[in-house]
Design a protein around this ligand. Structure first.
Ligand code: GFB
Length: 393
């Protein structure tokens, strides 16, 4: 039995990583509740993301999960398979993949306007606009991650509100072999921040090559390694135990989110001048000399930051062409995230899911909360503290 899913097109990389956790916990529950069938999760290939615009690095489409994540680690939580493996397994000639049933999830707009939320899972008529499926002969064509050889026998539109657990009743494994949930982001976490949540999150170890690149950088430019920083951990995430004694390398790391965050989030995103002054203050307080900057800023903004912090060592990760081409924008994001996660102190950008994922990695590594849940203050000195989603083991 196969579960497939897709996410609202405009959503970014790091929200999609969160949706994976919802899907993975869903599958774990399914396996635990229904031992009759062999359930597997098909990993939706990465690509076509709004933020991934680097040029001259080949196509950023149909990217398998193994480029970013360690599949063996994922498999220690639930059975997963890449899309190309699914295609091989599901269709003998691989020419045509016909899914049995697609559920197109939609919000209940009335609940949002009334502000009253109750669980709902009702078949409804499909929307006239922005509905990506159309019937051609006896099958539905659709987006299907960009594969034109994938179709579906049936598409049901569902008004859904509730956790992923509520999706179980939509499965009819005695009749169908494959189910796809489109707009999986609409289903909420069964229990956000629970042990299950953190197990799934911990299973999302990165591709070991990405750790190697990040670790080399830490060693070469930040004098940081796991032994010194007290961040050693077992290769197998299931053997990992909770701790709070990570020290981290002698550097402060900042995630400075710019680009689309500069529009519509003016109150919570600082100017470069203000970011520099906040960093200076913290560096002085912590008696640190080095700042690692993870950012999507334009070069001139980064140069401006370096100038303002001229009395400190300011450094960012500059990939070789080989690394850029091999790991693409998603891999570069992860390398930045890894380096931030090993810092003595981390400051992020308020409400950025990129920042959230770094905070989670630091929780797993065992840093004190005070060194992790910090945000740059926005303009007008608006300082947000955000929630502290601490780890449970
Ligand atoms: O991951 P993401 O959804 O985080 O989008 P947010 C940010 C993307 O921009 C990443 C790049 O996937 C990266 O490709 N990026 C951002 C970075 N910061 C860095 C960085 O420090 N280093 C590197 N290498 N790349 C969401 C948006 O952004 O915020 C949504 O995706 C929406 O569209 C929402 O605007 C509010 O959560 O920061």
């Amino acid at each position: 039995m196969y579960i497939l899913y897709d996410v609202n097109l405009p959503e970014g990389f790091n929200l999609r990583r969160d949706v994976y956790i919802r899907a993975a916990v869903f599958l774990r529950n399914l396996i635990d509740n229904d031992t009759k069938y062999d359930w597997q999760l098909v990993l939706p290939p990465w690509g076509n993301l709004y933020h991934w615009r680097s040029m001259n690095i080949g196509m950023q489409k149909y990217i398998p999960w193994a480029t970013f994540f360690d599949i063996v680690s994922l498999q220690k939580y639930i059975p997963v398979l890449e899309m190309y493996e699914f295609m091989k397994e599901y269709s003998v000639d691989r020419k045509e993949i016909v899914l049995d049933r697609v559920y197109f999830l939609q919000h209940d707009e009335n609940m949002f306007s009334a502000g009253k939320f109750v669980d709902k899972n009702e078949v409804a008529s499909c929307p006239e606009n922005n509905f990506p499926y159309r019937k051609i002969n006896d099958k539905f064509a659709g987006r299907f991650w960009g594969y034109s050889n994938i179709t579906a026998l049936e598409v049901k539109c569902i008004i859904f509100h509730g956790t992923t657990f509520g999706l179980m009743k939509n499965l009819k494994p005695s009749i169908h072999r494959s189910f796809m949930f489109d707009h999986m982001e609409i289903a909420l976490h069964k229990e956000y921040g629970s042990v299950d949540y953190w197990m799934a999150r911990r299973s999302m170890r990165y591709n070991s090559e990405l750790y190697n690149v990040a670790n080399e950088f830490r060693k070469k430019y930040l004098n940081s390694d796991d032994k010194k920083d007290n961040t050693e951990r077992p290769d197998d995430w299931t053997m990992e135990k909770g701790k709070r004694n990570a020290v981290g390398g002698q550097y402060l790391a900042v995630h400075l989110r710019r680009r689309d965050f500069l529009m519509g989030r003016k109150d919570t995103v600082p100017t470069i001048k203000s970011a520099a002054s906040q960093l200076k203050k913290k560096l002085k307080e912590l008696k640190l000399e080095t700042v690692f900057v993870a950012t999507d800023a334009k070069d001139h903004e980064y140069e401006d930051l370096v100038t303002q912090l001229r009395n400190y060592t300011v450094i960012r990760f500059s990939p070789t062409d080989y690394i850029r081409t091999k790991f693409k924008d998603g891999g570069l994001a992860i390398i930045d995230q890894i380096i931030c996660s090993y810092a003595r102190y981390f400051i992020g950008t308020y409400e950025s899911t990129f920042t959230f994922r770094i905070q989670e990695d630091r929780e797993i590594l065992g840093f004190l909360n005070e060194t992790t849940f910090n945000y740059l203050c926005g303009t007008k000195n608006k300082c947000e503290t955000g929630g502290r989603w601490t780890i449970v083991w």
